[in-house]
Design a protein around this ligand. Structure first.
Ligand SMILES: Nc1ncnc2c1ncn2[C@@H]1O[C@H](COP(=O)(O)OP(=O)(O)O)[C@@H](O)[C@H]1O
Ligand SMILES: [Mg+2]
Length: 249
């Protein structure tokens, strides 16, 4: 059973940082003492195992799957269910089957949050999820880039159509700020996320800077203490907490 607040991280377009946001947000919520599940529903392009640097080693007890614990978060990915990296050839309705499987057959325990990393795609995927988990809320990730905002907007419009709450809009890769400088460089332009938020009657709740790639970076894409994005994600987790709380009341 999936309990707690269910938040689907959607974007429309791939490559805007949906999985990165889903994983880092889940971990930031766990740092604040929450019980958090992270479910990778990106059937065709699952990336959570790589982001968290975890391998397929699912165990079962009495036929129930035990989620993998990583950074204080309980994780399940399509990637754990696939042998030898074979491509997944399931079609549309598979999302429903996965949702059902992951909610019924996994020993989650009591949860405060359930973060869903969604596949790219606009209408169909969003609508599907709304059908299977009517109570899920949406968190929309976009970049400032126009095209990215456009598709992100469409994903959100679908959410509104099916009466889903939007927790907010996150602008990822918002700007670049060199170390020890106050100067922000808006490499992908400005204003895209505000446009999306406005048209969805929502708000931009975070602007996450571009992180400079480093050659000696560890294999995981989880932001550690001391990095700017670590602080951003702590703040984001707090904002999400407050918003979810006030939306409930
Ligand atoms: N704020 C950021 N700064 C720099 N690189 C980022 C940032 N967010 C995400 N990335 C990188 O962008 C790529 C795509 O991110 P990913 O989370 O896989 O996107 P999606 O799930 O939307 O396809 C990854 O290589 C990721 O490390
Ligand atoms: Mg992804």
């Amino acid at each position: 059973m999936l309990t707690g607040t269910i938040i689907a991280v959607t974007s429309g377009k791939g490559g805007v940082g949906k999985s990165t946001v889903a994983a880092n947000l889940a971990i930031a919520l766990a740092r604040q003492g929450k019980q958090v599940a992270l479910i990778d529903l990106d059937i065709y392009g699952f990336s959570i195992p790589k982001i968290l640097d975890i391998e397929n080693r699912l165990k079962t007890i009495n036929g129930k799957i035990i989620p993998i614990e990583s950074h204080g978060v309980k994780v399940i990915s399509m990637g754990f269910l696939i042998k030898n990296n074979e491509p997944v050839v399931w079609r549309g309705p598979m999302l429903g089957k996965m949702v059902e499987h992951f909610s019924k057959d996994v020993m989650w325990g009591e949860l405060d949050y359930c973060i869903l990393d969604m596949p790219p795609g606009t209408g169909d995927v969003a609508l599907d999820l709304h059908h299977y988990i009517p109570e899920s809320k949406e968190l929309i990730v976009t970049t400032p880039h126009q095209t990215a905002s456009f598709v992100a907007e469409r994903a959100g419009v679908m959410a509104i159509k099916s009466k889903h709450e939007i927790v907010g809009v996150i602008e990822n890769m918002s700007y670049f700020q060199p170390k020890d400088s106050d100067q922000k460089y808006y490499l992908f332009g400005e204003g895209g996320s505000e446009e999306v938020a406005k048209s969805l009657q929502s708000v931009v709740i975070a602007k996450l800077p571009i992180e400079e790639a480093s050659n000696n970076r560890a294999t995981t894409a989880i932001y550690q203490e001391g990095s700017i994005l670590f602080d951003h994600y702590n703040q984001l987790a707090q904002v999400i907490n407050e918003r979810v709380h006030s939306q409930k009341g």
